[in-house]
Design a protein around this ligand. Structure first.
Ligand code: HGY
Ligand code: MN
Ligand code: MN
Length: 411
């Protein structure tokens, strides 16, 4: 069995880096907190017997050789960056679980045919540059100059932030990119971030498919004015237009009951932002998700055309800028059935479910077979300080991860 106590202790220690007064965690990509967290994860990767390096995209990579050093590795990954004031399990259990699997193999004297790598991907959450899964997209050859020119809230570009980590993003194309065939399989363990496993009384689940997030930045331009003298009938209030569009997103996304369709306006800025000024500008984010890419396009089109109609009626200029569009994916049927077989060997009743949350696995699916293991989380809460997963459930998920990884790395 894997070393449950060690894994639990590491989750707690990592969770203390970037801790917030509300008991959550804020560890934005390429921040000082991320640097500390990566240093700790690197130390644990070395304790597990792995050689450790960072690729030019900021991915932290641990590697243990197999009998055939040239064989495409089995990669186990996730992320250690977080959302603002998020939880300490989202991403972390996948990276620390992967390290635990490799350390367990080493302590058991298990040498696999294939190398095994554990990767903590750079900026999965997109919380700093508002465009996520950067590290896995770079590894899959999906990033370009525009990704490096994105700026954070202080005007720092991602390129500058990577350089601040001593990295050369210009070398992503030659040193970070992996091509189809260069990875045997990708495995990720993650908290479910939803209520399905808890409602079913299942500690662990197997992911059949992952919904795709599409992120847009919307700007609404009206006309600022005096809150006391500008007559209500003459106003072009940008905030009210933005508010109508946010309600339109909710209305449209609620019209697909029984599907993983979801729409969220998570960030909003009102300018100039004075109590006595009619808002002249509103800038906000829209996140639309679905497991069906065609239906997602239909939804985005309904939102866009409805928003333009609201703009026309209110005398507002509305503009949509696409920031990120990740395809929904099905996990590899061969890995799903291997996971089911190994879970039966553990006398673990695993149900198959769809992930509404996005994960690096859906990027890795563009270059290799992928599989995901979900761990039950309390009340399905995530991206919140109250995020919690039982150590016993995490240990079961890690044990399953170990058995699947051993099988895939054995030949
Ligand atoms: O946004 C997501 O679904 C993931 O937490 N990055
Ligand atoms: Mn997350
Ligand atoms: Mn995550």
């Amino acid at each position: 069995m894997i070393n449950r106590g060690r894994l639990e202790e590491r989750i707690e220690r990592l969770g203390r880096i970037g801790r917030t007064p509300e008991g959550g965690v804020t560890r934005l990509a390429l921040s000082d907190e991320d640097r500390q967290a990566q240093a700790l994860a690197a130390e644990w990767m070395e304790q597990a017997g792995m050689s450790v390096y960072r690729d030019p995209a900021g991915n932290l990579i641990g590697r243990i050789e197999g009998m055939d050093r040239e064989a495409p590795p089995v990669v186990i990954g996730s992320h250690i960056d977080t959302v603002q004031n998020g939880g300490k399990y989202d991403g972390a259990i996948g990276v620390l679980g992967g390290i635990e699997v490799v350390q367990h193999f080493r302590e058991e004297g298990l040498c696999t045919f294939r190398p095994i790598e554990v990767i903590a991907f750079c900026e999965e959450e997109g919380s700093r540059f508002q465009s996520g899964m950067f590290g896995s997209r770079a590894l899959a050859g999906m990033t370009g100059e525009a990704d490096l020119e994105l700026t954070d809230g202080r005007g720092i570009t991602r390129r500058e932030a990577l350089a601040g980590f001593g990295l050369e993003p210009g070398r992503i194309g030659v040193q970070a990119v992996r091509r189809p065939g260069e990875v045997r399989a990708y495995l990720e363990m993650h908290i479910e971030q939803g209520p399905v496993l808890e409602r079913a009384g299942a500690p662990v689940g197997i992911v059949g498919g992952i919904a795709g997030p599409a992120w847009m930045e919307v700007s609404v331009e009206g006309k600022a004015g005096h809150a006391g003298t500008l007559p209500m009938t003459m106003r072009r209030d940008a905030l009210l237009g933005a508010g109508e569009i946010a309600l339109l997103v909710e209305h449209i996304c609620r019209s697909y009951p029984g599907t993983p369709v979801a729409g969220t306006v998570g960030r909003l800025a009102v300018l100039p932002g004075g109590t006595n000024i009619v808002p002249g500008r509103a800038l906000f984010s829209v996140d639309i998700r679905d497991i069906d890419a065609i239906r997602r396009e239909e939804i985005i089109e309904r939102v866009r055309s409805g928003a333009l109609e609201i703009g026309d009626r209110r005398g507002l200029a509305v503009r949509f800028d696409e920031r990120m569009k990740i395809d929904p994916v099905r996990c590899s049927p061969a890995i799903v059935s291997l996971m089911k077989e190994k879970s039966l060997g553990m006398k673990l009743e695993c149900l198959e479910l769809v992930s509404g949350a996005g994960h690096d696995a859906q990027i890795m699916a563009s270059i290799t077979d992928v599989g995901m293991i979900f761990v039950r989380c309390k009340d399905g809460v995530s991206h919140h300080p109250a995020e919690f997963a039982e150590p016993a459930d995490i240990a079961l998920g890690t044990e399953l991860l170990a058995r699947v990884a051993l099988e895939l790395a054995a030949r």
